[in-house]
Write a protein that binds this ligand. Structure first.
Ligand SMILES: [Zn+2]
Ligand SMILES: [Zn+2]
Length: 135
């Protein structure tokens, strides 16, 4: 299966020639801020299966921690990836930028301890409660 994705302005397009290995909904304050949303959904993929199809020169990255970069389109600001650099095996694609439907492994919520107080999780997926905060 081939997964494709693109940013809002479609300058940056990518493909992943493999299935998702991991599927998480992250409630940490960093993910909330870089998405401007209640939480961020991430698909874990094998790093060596990811390739840019276009727009690689439009990409910017922001180091939100010593080890982690958020990668986004400099034209439209869509978040596309998180690169947790110590992990040489995996990359995490922002699920909101993925095209169409894809097969997802069972999802889970993480960093629920940092959840937006105005958002209620209303599904039965596992919740991991550690807190991580940008501020
Ligand atoms: Zn864009
Ligand atoms: Zn997060």
């Amino acid at each position: 299966m081939v997964i494709t994705g693109k940013c809002a302005c479609a300058k940056v397009q990518y493909q992943v020639s493999a299935e998702l290995i991991d599927f998480s909904h992250c409630h940490c304050s960093i993910c909330r801020k870089i998405h401007g949303a209640a939480f961020a959904s991430w698909g874990g993929i094998a790093r060596d299966k990811f390739t840019y199809l276009s727009g690689e020169d439009s990409i910017k990255s922001y180091a939100f921690s010593e080890n982690s970069d958020s990668i986004f389109c400099s034209n439209c600001s869509s978040t596309l990836l998180v690169d947790y650099k110590p992990d040489k095996e995996m990359l995490y694609v922002a699920m909101g930028a993925v095209d169409g439907n894809v097969n997802c492994p069972p999802g889970f919520h993480e960093f629920v301890g940092s959840k937006a107080p105005w958002f209620e999780i209303s599904d039965d997926l596992p919740q991991y409660n550690a807190a991580i905060d940008a501020d």
